[in-house]
Design a protein around this ligand. Structure first.
Ligand SMILES: [Zn+2]
Length: 261
């Protein structure tokens, strides 16, 4: 479901709406960046200006009522390291591809452009997770690794955990090499996320969804907001569709203060 927060358009998960969290899978709409990075780009590693990215972050803070300095992102490297926020917030991004916390009022975010963002919410132990899972992350099983970390740190039971899978490149647009299948099958028994139609194709959303379900999440606790970023490049940054020169959209989740949200 596409929603508006001031100038920003974002996808809201039907599963997480009404829960004591603030969340969103932001689109590329509503920011100040230009050209290939138009307009709500959150990553200055390419050639967009730091000034534009800072303005976009300020727009985000205002639109979602996230206090300044309370958005934590990481330096994503397509690995399986998980950063747990305990105590103070990091001054510089740490290399990781997932963040977990049980602190209220701290937004944790992932930046993507075809890879999948997955947001996790444990309503029983009041803990959250944000995961960056492209083909490499899903081959490494990062969503399950993150659930395991939440179990270790907060006592999360997968049967009570909610997961929302966000916009990513769909199998309609995602042809991959056979090495991807080989790497995936080195760790997983299910190959349902691969199809052969005019070349090998991968469904990243299905891969992450299957892994979460096999790990004990209930079907009704997994919501699917995985519209294809490449088919909808007017709404989303897509690395494939934009030939590698593109921005990154933000997906985030934050535990609200108080008990009712
Ligand atoms: Zn597509």
């Amino acid at each position: 479901m596409i929603c508006d927060a001031k100038s920003i358009k974002y996808v809201a998960s039907t599963l997480l709406q009404g829960k004591p969290v603030t969340h969103g899978f932001l689109t590329r709409v509503g920011g100040v960046s230009k050209d290939s990075y138009a307009s709500l780009n959150f990553d200055a590693r390419d050639t967009d200006t730091t000034e534009n990215v800072e303005k976009n972050r300020a727009l985000f803070h205002e639109a979602f009522n996230v206090p300044a300095g309370k958005l934590v992102t990481v330096s994503q490297v397509h690995g399986k390291e998980i950063f747990a926020i305990e105590g103070g917030l990091p001054e510089k991004p740490i290399e990781a591809d997932a963040i977990v916390t049980n602190q209220t009022g701290v937004a944790i975010g992932m930046m993507t452009a075809d890879c999948q963002p997955v947001l996790l919410f444990d309503p029983v132990n009041r803990a959250i997770g944000a995961v960056h899972a492209g083909w490499k992350g899903s081959a490494l099983g990062i969503v399950v690794e993150t659930v395991l970390e939440m179990h270790r740190l907060y006592g999360t039971n997968p049967e009570e955990l909610m997961a929302s899978t966000g916009p990513c490149i769909g199998p309609c647009c995602y042809k991959v090499g056979w090495n991807v299948l080989d790497e995936y099958m080195a760790r997983h028994k299910e190959a349902d996320c691969f199809t052969e139609k005019d070349g090998l194709r991968m469904d990243i959303n299905l891969a992450n969804t299957i892994q979460l379900a096999l790990f004990g999440l209930k079907k009704e606790n997994i919501s699917n907001d995985a519209v294809c970023t490449a088919c909808n490049s007017d709404l989303f940054f897509s690395y494939r569709k934009d030939n590698g020169r593109t921005g990154r959209q933000l997906s985030f989740i934050m535990l609200n203060n108080g008990t009712n949200g």
